[in-house]
Design a protein around this ligand. Sequence first.
Ligand code: SF4
Length: 161
Amino acid sequence: MPTTILVSACLLGIHCRYDGTAKADVRVKDYLFRKGLIPIPVCPEQLGGLPTPRLPCRFTVGSGREVLAGAGEVVTRDGRTVTQSFLNGARETLEIAGQCGCRLALLKERSPSCGVRQCYRGEVLSTGMGVAAALLSEHGIRVFSEEELAELDRFLDKTGT
Ligand code: SF4
C-alpha cells in the first residue's frame, strides 16, 4: 500500500496563503516523489472557512496546544478573534487525515495553523505549534515541517515505511 502524507497545500504550489500566494517548495516535491509518498494537500485555514486572501493571523495567548485546551487565542492583524475558524480547520484536516489513512504530515513552519516548532505570538517568533499541527499530533499523527526533511527521512527509515 502506498503511504499517504498530509502536506500543507501552499508547499505544493496552491495559492492558499493569507496574501493569495503559494510557497511552493521544490525540495518538498522532489522528496515526496523520490520516496513514493502520496501527498494529500490541505489548507487548514481555508478548511476552517477563512477566505483567501485574508488578513494574517497571530496568537495573542499560547499556541496551538493552548487553543485546543481552550486557553489560547488567534486573532487577525486588526484584532478580530478567529480562534473558532482555526479549530474548525484543524478538525477538518484531522478528518481528511482519517479518510486518507495519513499517519504522517509535512507542514509549513511558523504558520499559526501548520507550524510544527515555531509560531508568532504577537510579533514575536515563539516556540509552539500551530492549531492544526497540534491537533494532528495529539491524535498520533507524526508531524514534520518542510525544514525537517532529514528527520522525516530518518523516521521513514526507522519504521521501514
Ligand atoms: S494554513 Fe497551512 S496550508 Fe494554508 S496557507 Fe497557511 S501554512 Fe499554508
